[in-house]
Every structure is written in structure tokens, then in C-alpha cells.
Ligand binder design. Sequence first.
Ligand code: DP6
Length: 360
Amino acid sequence: MFTTTDFIPKKYTATIESGNFEWSAPSNIALVKYWGKKDNQIPANPSVSFTLNNCKTITKLGFEKKPNQDNFSFDLLFEGKPKEDFKPKIQKFLERVEVYLPFLKEYHFTIDTQNTFPHSSGIASSASGMAALAMNFMSLEKALNPEMSDDYFFQKASFLARLGSGSACRSVKGNVVVWGNQTNIKGSTDLYGVEFPYTIHDNFKNFQDTILLVDKGEKQVSSTVGHDLMHNHPYAERRFAQAHENLDQLITIFENGNLDEFIKVVESEALTLHAMMMTSMPYFILMKPNTLQIINAIWKFRNETQIPVCFTLDAGANVHVLYPENVKEKVLQFIQSELVVFCQNGQYICDEIGNGVIAI
Ligand code: DP6
């Protein structure tokens, strides 16, 4: 396992004047939720997610040595056009990671980024975006230090992504990724995401996630504000303990493939996340009437058909419908006939479990 100091590089052995790299990084959907953090992006509890396959950010990083090292210098393009309002977030990210990437002020960067999902879909792109950016910086670091091991390359990328956005550290490598220290998961750490190290039952192979876009508006609560609400929250300590318990349960469930138990943990986690928001001060309701319509319809369908389909939620109104590949046809039919009416403009995105970043 690496520690923070392992990620502070020694002298680089190579030099490079200019060039570019390009990586795609996927979004991920948490099963046990990260909600609440300490200083330096250390999570208050461990989380686990499925890596997605289709919802991705693709980022190209151009770099060129500049004459001075006074400041960070970068241009930011989103879908080919300059995007000033993304710059402060990147600036903050560069400040946070400078100690781990001491070359950052030596170059002018052009960050050219795009998402495969619609911009105004209400799907957070911070996880995939920060992961893709971190991969590019690691490619540059690897060019400066060609002896770098693969393990170090990917784990440091996840470590850097975490400093950009917590959940981004789960968007680097592997189908099922754990972030946060959990006694019963070997190698797990608060510092970066690791691939779930134990057996995963075939029931979870090619697991499906259909994202129902209920509300595409701007987030009502930014994740920073949201995580902050867990400080002095009356139920925080119990919640953090529960996340550990649920993660332990998932270790067994991933191994034996028990989908009934999987559903209980996953839906309870989603509702608990929202319960935390409803019971914080100030309090928020991020679900919309259609979110509840969808949840009730899923419960009814599951009851009537015994098809193991369930939902999870992020910090918003959209619903992720999760189900095994062998019921795909039936569930898609159900979604089209009964759930699409609750989606804004009838929009939904079909995704499934994926493997992580790809060099382009
Ligand atoms: C509800 O990773 O977006 O999606 O670290 O402040 O960038 P920051 O937060 P972020 O929080 C994600 C919260 C969540 C649950 C999860 O993905 O685990």
C-alpha cells in the first residue's frame, strides 16, 4: 500500500518539452455511498461503486514548456469551446496536487474535454472529468520518470483524482472499486480507490445501469455543501458505522451472488443518503415527485415479477435502475412502458458495468 509521501516524487530522470496525451474515464455509481468527509478529501466512511462503461469524459492534455515557473497556466476547452466557468475548479485542483506533481508550473497546458453524455443531463461529470485529467497528468509524470511501475501509475492517478473530487478516485481502474479504509478489505485505503480484491459472482457480470433522467436542472446542493452537512449532523456517527456494516455485507453478497440481499443493501443506502439530507440543518429534499413514482413502480414490478431489479440514487432526483444482464430485455421493456413517462423529455441513458480508464 502506498502512503501520501510515496506520491511526492524524487528527481525526475527524463525531460520532455511538449506533446499531448488523451484519456477517457468513466463515471461510476456508488452502492455504498460516500457522504461526509474530513480535511484533505478523506472520506468519513468507505464506499464501493460499479464503474460505468458508456458515461465518460474524454480529455486531451496538450503541454508545452514555458519560460517561467511563476504560476499555473492553462486553457480550458469544453466540447471544443473555451469554458471560463470550469477554470476555478481546475485551478484549485492544480494547487492541491502541485506538491505531488512538481512540474505543473513548468508547462502551459491545453485541457480539451468532452463528455459522452448530454451536458445538461444532471449527471455529475466531476468523477469522470477529474479521473481523466489525473490520468493525463500521470502520463506526463511517467514520461518524466519512465521507470514508474503500473501499480504506482494507477494508484497515484486515483489519489490525484480524489483530490479533485472524492468519488473520482473510484473512476480509474476495475469493475468494482472500494475507496476508504475497511478492515475486512485487504489493501483498502482512504487515499485512493482499489479494485475490489475478492470473488465477484457471475450475477454481477455485465450488470446493467439504466439512468432515468428525472430532473436535468442544476444541482440544488453542491457536493461540497452536501458533505459539509454531515458535520454536526445528529445521525452522522451511526450512518458512518452503517456504511462499514453495509460494505461488509456486500463482500458476502458479491461472493454468493444473492440478489435479494444485494437489493436490500443498495436501496437502503440510496434512501439513507437522502435521509441524511432531509435530516440535516439546513435540510433538503432532492427527490422529485417522479423519483418516487419510479421507485414505487420498480417495487411493484419486482413484487409482481420477482425480477431482481432495484434502484439507487445520487445526490439528485435521477434514478439509476440496476439489474443483471439476463433480465435486460424484460427490464428495458418495463422501463419503456412504465418509467419513461416520468423522465424529463422521456430521456434515459443505458449503461452497464465497465473497466475504467482507457488511453486514446
Ligand atoms: C452522492 O465526489 O461529488 O455521489 O469530493 O466534494 O467532489 P466531492 O464530492 P463527490 O460526492 C459524491 C457523493 C455521491 C455518493 C458517491 O458517489 O459515493
